[in-house]
Design a binder for this molecule. Structure first.
Ligand SMILES: [Zn+2]
Ligand SMILES: [Zn+2]
Length: 175
């Protein structure tokens, strides 16, 4: 399969370890229907020993195709993300003590000192994928009546919409 995308933290003592991986994912792994295509994710960076654990700082880049949630057109996107994490060995839970403190969002706890990069990358991609993908901020979507793509050409449907507050005013006027 892939080239090894693991590193043994125990082997990283004085010198930071530099790495540069490509990780292949299939769109299915993310369970997101609008995700039509995804490139290999490239992650390059280093792992260094810090007090009490290790730090990982890396640049993650990937691209793909998403389906716009308004007009249903596929569009290309790409991400280039620099991040850093602190890697700590998961402490055995001491009596009456729960040591979940500080910025846990940027901390990654492991049981096995051979850490695999793929799940870290997968999680970051999962977070970066938009819940409601839009081909562009002001996408006009499809006409709910005739289905025409309103980005391409405005259709002649008249969509009636009366603000309910207006309606209340009209009633008042008549009365
Ligand atoms: Zn769109
Ligand atoms: Zn229409």
């Amino acid at each position: 399969m892939n080239a090894p995308t693991n590193f043994s933290l125990e082997a990283i003592v004085d010198e930071p370890l530099r790495f540069d991986f490509e990780i292949f994912f299939s769109t299915k792994e993310f369970g997101r229907e609008p995700l039509l295509d995804i490139s290999p994710a490239r992650i390059a960076g280093e792992v260094a020993r810090v007090e009490g654990g290790h730090s990982l700082s890396a640049r993650l880049s990937w691209s793909g195709k998403l389906e716009c949630s308004r007009c249903l057109a596929p569009y290309d996107f790409s991400e280039d993300d620099e991040f850093s994490l602190l890697l700590y060995r998961r402490a055995p839970i001491a009596e009456g003590e729960l040591s979940l403190d500080k910025d846990d969002l940027d901390a990654y706890f492991y049981d096995d000192p051979v850490v695999s990069v793929a799940p870290i990358v997968e999680e970051r991609i999962q977070i970066a994928l938009p819940m409601k993908p839009l081909c562009r901020e002001d996408c006009r979507g499809l006409c709910p009546q005739c289905g025409a793509d309103r980005n391409v050409s405005p259709c002649s449907c008249v969509v009636e919409f009366i603000d309910p507050r207006w309606r209340a005013l009209q009633v008042l006027k008549k009365g």
